[in-house]
Design a protein around this ligand. Structure first.
Ligand SMILES: Nc1ncnc2c1ncn2[C@@H]1O[C@H](COP(=O)(O)OP(=O)(O)OP(=O)(O)O)[C@@H](O)[C@H]1O
Ligand SMILES: [Zn+2]
Length: 474
């Protein structure tokens, strides 16, 4: 079966078919780097990382672009708070700091690098060129102060994504009519300069680009138009993504410049969206100083991406325990392969976990079910495969291990499985020595070695004559 995914543009779960076979091009709206990245942001980027890994496992080449909105009112305000009068000179330190943190946390979360990370400030010339074209085509107008607005009423079907009519949008949106705007829903493509703010030159006035335009220009610059999928948090559907579609429609004449619109539900704290403005933020730095990246990934995976996810430390504790089990199954099975025999004397029933895992992901990327199957397979390995390893063929043992790792790699939850070679050699030597002591009934000494190993995070599990170890990753 093919991949099926919910498309906000059609409000349906659809077959995922890319424009170019086996090439998936996607853009995810990036952070506005004015403060610490939090667990809510993490949910979005981990989701798209899992989706990307899944597509890659299905043989796609994935070209993923994530931007940084590195100039914005929030950044300017933060710079003023921090630097006072020097903000004008030093404002760039704010985005630099939080972009660095974004990368640091992405690493800790084992998020694979994107194809490109364009920044607004590096693409202003292209943005100015786009605005000129939009003005020429009659979709944008220049206000008396030199700001340029996009005229929403000029594009047919404005509101396709959020499924609202212009009149309803005007009534519902908290958009203030601004001087210079023809219609309250019109939005700025170019914002005129205010004293003390960073500015760039343009044919209209010194100023800076507007958010919605920025994402259209950066996505199509790196992915062409149309491209396959565009995503972000559910709060971006309106007005951000609606306006992106309108701009691209005006510029290219394309009905929709992205085929699939994929939106991730909110991460909540006591039912409310985690967000700076609500003051209920838990930073990724805090969580990842106490929990592994794999535990947080697994915690995310346990909620369906479109549903709200209530954050809690209990959830993380549970996920960390599960990750430990995943590693136990991996470590022990890797060692057990050597004890398998030449032919299958008993049949192992592991296929159903694998089939259900992929079936779940094919059906609108149900990571909760997939995670359950992966965990189920880990437990099956520990409770059954390891005990019967001498009744399974080496081929079967290797197959279970390979399939298990492949599944884990889609969710990205066994990312630290490599044990340093020297450490592995030392552990093996001690385990062998202990086995000899046990054969010679020198149990006290054998137990002493077990304790010493436990001290460095190595746990031993005896299966009759055989002993397998697990290694605690740090
Ligand atoms: N609590 C959350 N749950 C899910 N996604 C979120 C959450 N908060 C932000 N996002 C998403 O993270 C991405 C980056 O968002 P951005 O930097 O604009 O943050 P934001 O929405 O302004 O966050 P905050 O309100 O905390 O400042 C966007 O796709 C946004 O939808
Ligand atoms: Zn965007």
């Amino acid at each position: 079966m093919g991949v099926r995914i919910y498309n906000t543009a059609t409000r349906q779960v659809e077959e995922f078919v890319t424009y170019v076979p086996k090439l998936a091009r996607g853009y995810v709206c990036g952070i506005t780097p004015y403060d610490h990245v939090h667990v809510g942001h993490g949910r979005v980027y981990v989701f798209f990382d899992m989706f990307r890994r899944y597509l890659e496992a299905r043989g796609y080449e994935v070209r993923l672009v994530i931007n940084f909105t590195d100039i914005d009112d929030k950044i300017i305000n933060k710079a003023r708070e921090e630097f006072g009068h020097d903000a004008y000179k030093r404002w760039k330190e704010v985005p630099e700091r939080y972009i660095a943190e974004f990368f640091e946390m992405s690493n800790k979360l084992f998020i694979k690098p994107a194809h490109a990370y364009p920044r607004v400030t590096e693409n202003v010339n292209e943005m100015v060129a786009w605005i000129s074209t939009l003005v020429e085509k009659g979709y944008a107008y220049v206000a008396p102060d030199g700001s340029v607005y996009f005229e929403v009423g000029k594009v047919p079907n404005y509101g396709v994504l959020s499924r609202q009519k212009i009149e309803e949008l005007i009534a519902g949106a908290r958009v203030e009519p601004e001087p210079g705007k023809k219609n309250p829903l019109d939005f700025a493509l170019w914002k005129s300069w205010t004293p003390g703010e960073p500015w760039w030159n343009s044919p209209w006035c010194p100023g800076r680009p507007g958010w919605h335009l920025e994402c259209v220009v950066m996505s199509t610059k790196y992915l062409g138009a149309p491209f396959d999928f565009h995503g972000g948090g559910a709060d971006l559907i309106f007005p951000h993504h609606e306006n992106e579609i309108a701009i691209a429609k005006a510029y290219y004449g394309l009905d929709n410049f992205a085929k699939y619109w994929i939106h991730v539900g909110y991460l909540t704290v006591r039912g409310e969206k985690m967000s700076k403005s609500l003051g209920n933020v838990i930073t990724l730095r805090e969580v990842l100083s106490k929990y592994s990246g794999e535990a947080l990934r697994l915690a995310y995976a346990m909620s369906h991406y479109r549903k709200p996810m209530e954050f809690s430390f209990e959830l993380l504790d549970q996920a960390e325990e599960m990750v430990k089990t995943l590693y136990t199954a991996y470590d022990e099975l890797s060692q057990a392969v050597a004890d398998a025999s030449d032919e299958d004397k008993e049949k192992l029933e592991y296929g159903k976990y694998i089939e259900s895992f992929y079936a779940a992901l094919e059906d609108d990327f149900s990571t909760p079910q997939a995670a359950q199957q992966l965990y189920g397979l880990a437990r099956y390995i520990i409770s059954t495969v390891l005990h019967r390893i001498d009744k399974a063929s080496r081929q079967t043992a290797i197959d279970v291990l390979t399939q298990y790792v492949k599944m884990a790699d889609i969710l990205g939850v066994l990312e630290r499985r490599e044990i340093p070679k020297e450490v592995e050699e030392v552990i093996k030597a001690v385990v062998e020595a202990r086995a000899r002591l046990r054969r010679e009934k020198m149990y006290q000494l054998a137990d002493y070695l077990r304790e010493r190993l436990a001290g460095i995070g190595v746990e031993l599990h005896d299966f009759g004559q055989r002993t397998y170890y697990t290694y605690k990753r740090r």
